[in-house]
Design a protein around this ligand. Structure first.
Ligand code: G6P
Length: 611
């Protein structure tokens, strides 16, 4: 959600922190701020994007070789100048930035007010700064100990970077439920909530785990628990490159990421499909595959687009591996009396690997003894590290808030898992497995073909950009694709859109259809084609406008449609990998026509690390 950057070294911290905040802006963008120490605590902050902060700094620069910065996605308190981070203690000596939510902030605030402290903001974060100062001023220990004691009183989640004017060379950072990593430079150290601000400076990183803190100065770091137990942490090498997190000539990250999909899917499949002996190798779950083979049930938990990928997986695993599957919204699963035990397998799907609800669902499953597997994009993310085993999607960094290549690579992984499991469980005919494996290998080329015709979708989008509502229909594998298409449109163009299983249209949405209603029909599943044709007729009979996404040989559907986006023919169970592409392009071009901020849609965050 929010983003944190910190620097301590010999260079001016301001430029490094601002550049880092720009890299993190996809995580939150309602306000931004920076604090630098230089004998005093200089703070600049305010509502709006990082550019506003940059303008303020240009007009009135501040200096310092140690500092912290933040880009915010509001949870407590409206996005305004006062509520933006950094927040300071009453004396102004302690400044901090925070990701997460302090759940007991109002009781802590009352206690602190009773002790005479006054608060400037409505945020939970200011309470942490004041609490640390309250403890520190009692004079019973070091600043580090005051931070530890304060964090022991705090209930909730945090990623924190803290400065104290009395410790001019050091920064303290701490993590519980909100990611933080340290970047190790030469005579300088970096801190950030994800790797994107760090990668251009160093590839050596240390991931903090929950309950850990680090005392960081330019020459290094000490990691310990907040209970003061010293720790030795492994240093990891970042695999991402700076080029991967830049736009490279595209007007938006989302468009770049849509067009990256042939490459992303190829990277995802590479080394995993063996076309000579028609097998699949997924090294990340190789040690656990027997448990998956013997499982009674697979439970999939995820949020947003990743949940849609999970729904595709339900069809895949039931069809190919004959394994019962339940797909859960992670946010619901965590608060249900979910019946899950050691005979079940929990599969969590998450692009970021940091989504709070997905992480909580994972922990619940682990507590009940289930094997936990993950499908994640971000290497080294919490979910990737905390699952028993998993498969990376290798999509590369996804910056656009609306997920695109993450979805198609998740589905690619899930197809491979389902085929592999089908082979191991003896539920898939080997000829069919061979056909799927070879067809999967063709998918990047077919995605490329669809992208070559993006201009026709761009032209069509002009005609529909001002429709107030959209309906998306699909069946079987393309029902989740319809949900995903509707979500993409909602997210970035703010048009109300609903995805439905096509047959359910008769149970409600059909009442909405008239000549104003574009209906996007995802008709790329052969064995339900006749049924889809009937649904198209039902829409047309009520003057709804049909946009179809269908196989290029499906003349019947093409002829019935006002507009059609033909896709290369493929196997039904692989079709969401292709139908996703025109759906993404349609929503992208509509949003651009409406003048929307595609990469940073209002109120949304790329990675939802709070409940
Ligand atoms: C947010 C993002 C979505 C994403 C969802 C789940 O809502 O805006 O694009 O699908 O979180 O995120 P995850 O990182 O767990 O896949």
């Amino acid at each position: 959600m929010c983003g944190i950057v910190g620097y301590v070294g010999e260079k001016q911290a301001s430029d490094i922190i601002i550049k880092g905040l720009e890299r993190l802006e996809y995580r939150g963008y309602d306000s931004a701020g920076i604090a630098l120490m230089n004998g005093q605590m200089d703070i600049k902050k305010g509502e709006g994007k990082v550019q506003n902060l940059k303008d303020k700094l240009k007009a009135d620069p501040i200096k310092g070789v140690i500092g912290i910065g933040h880009t915010r996605w509001a949870t407590h308190g409206a996005p305004n100048d006062i509520n933006s981070h950094p927040h300071v203690s009453e004396s102004g000596k302690i400044a901090l930035v925070h990701n997460g939510i302090i759940e007991n902030y109002s009781s802590l605030k009352k206690e602190l007010e009773n002790k005479g402290r006054t608060f400037k903001s409505e945020t939970d974060t200011e309470v942490v700064a004041q609490l640390i100062e309250e403890i520190y001023e009692q004079g019973n220990g070091t600043f580090e100990q005051a931070v530890q004691l304060a964090l022991q009183q705090v209930v909730g989640t945090y990623g924190l970077a803290i400065l104290n004017i009395e410790e001019p060379d050091q920064m303290i950072v701490a993590r519980k439920g909100s990611p933080l990593l340290l970047g190790i430079g030469d005579g300088e150290m970096f801190v950030a909530s994800d790797a994107s601000p760090i990668v251009e400076h160093t590839k050596q990183v240390v991931y903090l785990d929950d309950g850990e803190m680090a005392i960081v100065n330019k020459d290094g770091y000490d990691v310990k628990t907040i209970e003061d137990e010293e720790l030795t942490k492994e240093v990891h090498e970042l695999a991402m490159s700076v080029e991967e997190i830049e736009k490279r000539g595209y007007p938006h990250f989302m468009l770049k990421e849509i067009f990256e999909q042939p490459r992303a899917i190829s990277d995802c499949l590479r080394g995993r499909l063996n076309l000579e002996d028609d097998t699949i190798h997924l090294g990340g779950i190789a040690d656990q595959i027997d448990k998956l083979v013997d499982a009674d049930r697979l439970i999939i938990a995820a949020c947003g687009t990743s949940w849609h990928a999970g729904l595709v997986a339900e069809y895949l695993f039931e069809h190919l591996a004959k394994l019962p599957v339940e797909v859960e919204y992670a946010s619901e699963f965590r608060y249900r009396e979910a019946l899950i035990d050691e005979d079940d397998v929990m599969l969590v799907i998450s692009q970021s690997g940091e989504t709070a609800d997905t992480l909580a669902a994972l922990r619940t499953a682990q507590e009940r003894g289930a094997l936990s597997l993950g499908v994640c994009n971000v290497v080294g993310s919490t979910i990737a590290r905390d699952t028993d085993a998993g498969v990376y999607t290798h999509a590369g960094p996804e910056i656009g808030v609306a997920s695109t290549k993450a979805f198609t690579t998740q589905v690619s992984v899930l197809v491979m898992m389902a085929i592999l499991l089908g082979q191991k469980r003896g539920t898939i005919d080997q000829e069919y497995a061979k056909k799927l494996i070879h067809e999967l290998n063709e998918i990047p080329g077919k995605v490329e073909e669809i992208l070559e015709h993006s201009d026709s979708i761009k032209d069509m989008a002009k005609l529909f950009s001002y429709a107030p509502n959209f309906l998306y229909l699909g069946r079987t594998y393309n029902f989740p694709a319809a949900l995903e298409g509707a979500l993409k449109l909602k997210e970035i163009s703010y048009i109300h859109a609903e995805g439905y299983p096509a047959a359910e249209m008769k149970h409600g949405p059909i009442a909405l259809i008239d000549e104003m209603m574009p209906v996007v029909v995802v008709a790329a599943t052969d064995h339900t084609n006749d049924k889809m044709i009937s649904n198209i007729e039902e829409v047309k009979a009520r003057e709804g406008r049909i946009i179809s996404i269908t196989g290029e040989e499906n003349e019947e559907v093409i002829n019935l449609s006002e507009f059609s986006c033909p896709i290369p023919e493929t196997e039904d169970c692989l079709s969401p990998l292709l139908t996703a592409i025109p759906l993404q392009l349609l929503s992208y071009y509509i949003a651009v026509n409406r003048g929307c901020n595609v990469d940073q849609p209002r109120n949304l965050a790329k990675s939802v690390t709070v409940e």
